[in-house]
Design a protein around this ligand. Structure first.
Ligand code: NOJ
Length: 564
């Protein structure tokens, strides 16, 4: 398959910004490497697979890619259980493959962001092996959070805290001590009070920055700093009106860590970029996003927002205000590797039997959700309209692989094929995140729809043929055609001025203008609505008789606005 450059003239255009500020309004494409492209026919995506699709990424028009972890890992949590932070998993390639991939992407003007997982290592990491071997009271155990248990013989965990994936947050080791893992037991939490832990991560950041990496996505950024002094509070105490700093979430000291990372980032020219995955209350986000800290923080508010004009308006205004507070730019995310795909969220039927337009990201992850309850076409229309809306906003947009193909959450993965610890640790309750991590379809035929020469590591549904890149590439009205058009148009329109002006609109409609005098109008309603007179720049569905159809976004240059 040959891909044509996204610029009509074949000229490489870039989103405005200097070498140091390229990220402020970038379109960042998230790659989940094991599910993107498999170059060696083992059913698992790899780095050479990414390199082989560099032309596709360029033609799509993205400014950067963010790679979820590709480090050596036993995959207890999709690679977020890292054995060695400075190597590549042999299933995915080698460091030389990594260098080739970076060169191929850079040659096409695409920046590279890697994922750093500082809250926990894997239980196969050399430090954890040493901690187990060295025994209680040893220096090696101090790199993690080991405690004695409660009750007779210490047989009960130190606290009743639960892990994010279900089950206790503590696991007992052979000699009777317990270690803390806020995620899976294979992900022991590090003790960030240890200078050697701090120093080692600085070495890791330099290792990748020296290899040409442009930025870092920081996993569980709110979790590293902990106060584990006794007595530890109970789960009930923490959830019911807990006052003061939390023992392991969003503690102020965490920012000392990122201040030292910032020094490393700023020692490069251009400075390296970072974005925090910080699940904290909105008003706490600006510190993570500050210029002295990581520099940008994810806002996941739209992952939870229903398809509703007032809700979107609120999220947008709140986050633009927060971005001003931090001096950073805002981030917009509709889908990622942890959440039900947005085309599916917006197509879920409501309890009242109507399609209300979205439920939170967890809805489809609960066992028993019925595929018959999904309005696929409606969800996709809304999904495209939401994407067009966020691509018109100031700030950076994060696109998750496969959303440009209009992929839905895969809902019928057999239990025995499921990989997510959230499924295995909550039997019968949560189905987990595998449904958004199914390998991409590149062609309509083949053992894994062009993903590779073998069946994929997660089963792909038959309708992937319809969604394949090759199927959609020639069709400008396909989801892929619409994404390409939107990203291309955005590049031509966007200026460095990160401003937005709301304009009056009918209920259920959002209308704003951007510097340069272009406008974005989204109809969240169920019927068509009048459209201001103007020149059509792009639209997620055809305009009918001058009316904006329901579930559609349009970008316009207004007749009444001569600023262009
Ligand atoms: C957030 C990541 O996005 C998710 O996939 C992972 O399971 C947890 N952090 C733990 O690392």
């Amino acid at each position: 398959m040959t891909f044509v450059s996204s610029s009509p003239q074949g000229i490489v255009t870039t989103t405005p910004g200097t070498d140091a500020t390229w990220w402020r309004q970038a379109v960042v494409y998230q790659i989940y490497p094991r599910s993107f492209a498999d170059s060696n026919g083992d059913g698992v995506g790899d780095l050479n697979g990414i390199t082989s699709r560099a032309d596709y990424l360029q033609a799509l028009g993205v400014d950067a890619v963010w790679l979820s972890p590709f480090y050596p890992s036993a995959l207890a949590d999709g690679g977020y259980d890292v054995d060695d932070y400075r190597d590549v998993d042999p299933m995915l390639g080698t460091l030389e493959d990594f260098d080739r991939m970076v060169a191929a992407l850079h040659a096409r003007g695409i920046k590279v962001i890697v994922d750093i997982v500082p809250n926990h290592t894997s239980n196969r990491h050399a430090w954890f092996r040493q901690a187990l071997a060295a025994g209680r009271g040893s220096d090696a155990r101090e790199r993690y959070i080991f405690r004695e248990g409660r009750g007779p013989d210490g047989a009960e965990p130190p606290t009743d805290w639960l892990s994010v994936f279900g089950g206790p947050a503590w696991t007992r080791v052979g000699d009777g001590q317990w270690y803390l893992h806020l995620f899976a037991p294979e992900q022991p939490d590090l003790n960030w009070n240890r200078p050697d832990v701090r120093e080692d991560f600085l070495v890791t950041l330099r290792f990748w920055a020296d290899r040409g990496v442009d930025g870092f996505r920081v996993d569980v950024a709110h979790g590293c700093a902990k106060d584990m002094s006794e007595p530890l509070p109970t789960r009930a105490e923490l959830t019911q009106g807990w006052q003061g700093p939390h023992p392991y979430e969003d503690r102020d000291e965490v920012h000392e860590i990122y201040a030292s990372w910032r020094q490393v980032f700023n020692s490069y020219d251009p400075p390296r970029f970072a974005v925090a995955e910080a699940h904290v209350p909105a008003h706490r986000r600006p510190r993570y996003a500050s210029a002295e800290g990581l520099g940008q923080a994810f806002n996941f508010d739209l992952l939870q927002a229903p398809w509703d004009a007032a809700g979107f308006h609120q999220v947008i205004t709140d986050n633009l205000t927060l971005a001003k507070e931090s001096g950073s730019s805002s981030t917009w995310v509709l889908s990622n590797h942890d959440t039900t795909r947005h085309a599916t969220r917006y197509g879920l039927i409501g309890a009242d039997g109507k399609a209300p337009g979205g439920q939170d990201g967890k809805a489809w992850m609960v066992a028993g959700a019925d595929p018959a309850d999904l309005y696929r076409e409606l969800g996709l229309r809304r999904g495209l309209a939401a994407t067009a809306l966020i691509l018109a906003l100031p700030g950076s947009t994060y696109v998750y692989q496969g959303e440009e193909l209009g992929l839905h959450q895969v809902t019928d993965i057999p239990d025995e094929a499921r990989q997510d610890p959230a499924f295995h640790r909550t039997p019968g309750v949560e189905v987990g995140r595998d449904g958004c991590r199914v390998p991409l379809p590149w062609t309509a035929v083949g053992p894994s729809f062009g993903f590779g020469d073998a069946s994929a590591h997660l089963p792909q549904p038959a309708d992937f043929a319809r969604h394949a890149v090759a199927t959609q590439w020639p069709d400008p009205e396909s989801p892929l055609g619409i994404y390409r058009q939107l990203i291309r148009t955005r590049r031509a329109l966007i200026t460095e001025e990160e401003a937005l002006t709301w304009l009056p609109s009918a209920p259920g409609v959002l209308h704003f203008a951007r510097p340069g005098g272009w406008h974005c109008v989204t109809n969240f309603g169920v019927t068509s609505c009048p459209l201001p007179a103007g020149r059509l720049l792009t639209s997620t569905r055809p305009i009918e008789d001058g009316l904006l159809p329901a579930n559609t976004t349009v970008w316009l240059q207004l007749d009444s606005d001569q600023r262009s």
